[in-house]
Design a protein around this ligand. Structure first.
Ligand SMILES: Nc1nc2c(ncn2[C@@H]2O[C@H](COP(=O)(O)OP(=O)(O)OP(=O)(O)O)[C@@H](O)[C@H]2O)c(=O)[nH]1
Ligand SMILES: [Mg+2]
Length: 224
């Protein structure tokens, strides 16, 4: 069954939710092209992420470099996505998250929480993203932990708090996203809760061409 490609029907009583797809990396391990627009069983990887997110958010923002917009907007044709481009590219995912959340803060002030998802996580489970929004309520963040590692690139953040925490970390020359997360009032989603609320592959990320091949059969029902 195709994923819902329409934005979540917003309930006026609840605060708006954003989805921020972080896509500004150089895909060095992937080879000679941008992995986020690479084909994954008939559909580009970033499109697969976006199609899964739009059913659980009210607004969609893509963080990338200016030179990626043409290819990414082609991949996302028909979706109402906004673009938050890195003024200073190649400063790592924390800088990308900051760019995306600063954009939301400026352009979409009614958004309190945003799901941040890396563009290379095409198996992101929308049911889990919804759960992360529920768990973040009243806190600054809900971040999963798997194999003893925080997974800050599939997490929900209070927009102001995480934008400020990323800015503070970067100003200390600290580029790890987990350094920013450490400054937040965060809820950590441990393995058992992850198992209960997410598809087992939700955190899978693709770095290489072999990584595409390894998960392609997960999408065989949706191939054109
Ligand atoms: N905005 C921005 N996003 C980044 C940057 N580096 C990585 N990312 C994103 O963060 C996520 C995880 O990063 P990686 O898996 O290292 O991806 P990558 O850096 O493109 O790939 P490699 O060059 O192989 O490390 C991906 O969605 C990337 O697009 C960056 O410098 N700026
Ligand atoms: Mg990288």
């Amino acid at each position: 069954m195709p994923w819902n490609t329409f934005m979540r029907a917003h309930d006026e009583r609840s605060p708006m939710r954003a989805g921020v797809i972080v896509a500004g990396g150089r895909s060095m391990r992937f080879g000679d092209r941008d992995k986020v627009t690479a084909d994954l069983a008939g559909v580009s990887m970033i499109r697969r992420v976006a199609d899964r997110l739009v059913g659980v958010v009210d607004t969609l923002v893509v963080n990338c470099r200016a030179d990626q917009i043409e290819a990414i907007s082609t991949a996302l044709a028909g979706l109402d996505a906004r673009y938050a481009t890195d003024a200073d590219p190649d400063r790592g995912p924390a800088a990308g998250i900051r760019t995306g959340l600063d954009f939301v803060r400026a352009e979409q002030p009614t958004v309190e929480y945003a799901a941040v998802v890396a563009a290379d996580m095409p198996l992101v489970d929308p049911r889990f993203v919804s759960h992360l929004f529920d768990r973040a309520a009243g806190h600054d963040a809900a971040v999963p932990r798997s194999d003893d590692r925080l997974q800050p690139l599939q997490a929900v953040y209070r927009v102001d708090a995480m934008a400020d925490a990323c800015a503070a970390a970067l100003s200390r020359d600290e580029h790890r996203v987990t350094a920013a997360v450490a400054d937040l009032d965060r809820v950590v989603i441990e393995e058992q809760e992850l198992r209960e609320h997410a598809d087992a592959a939700t955190l899978t990320n693709v770095n290489t061409r072999a990584g595409i091949t390894a998960i392609a059969d997960r999408f065989s029902d949706q191939a054109e």
